[in-house]
Design a protein. Structure first.
Length: 60
């Protein structure tokens, strides 16, 4: 079975690129997230997700 290009060149570009460390992502604590969800849903009485009543459109 013929190949498209030689297998000796496989991974050439990936091997040449310099390694860059990913940035550290710090997520919110679960208690803070739960507190904000409680405030949004029960205190402000908002609906979660994209089902907000003011933005809902009718289907045809």
């Amino acid at each position: 079975m013929p190949t498209h290009g030689s297998l000796t060149k496989a991974g050439k570009v990936r091997g040449q690129t310099p390694k860059i460390e990913g940035r550290k992502r710090a997520g919110t604590h679960a208690s803070l997230r739960n507190k904000s969800n409680f405030h949004k849903r029960l205190v402000l009485q908002r609906f979660p997700g994209q089902n907000k009543p003011g933005q809902r459109r009718r289907r045809r």
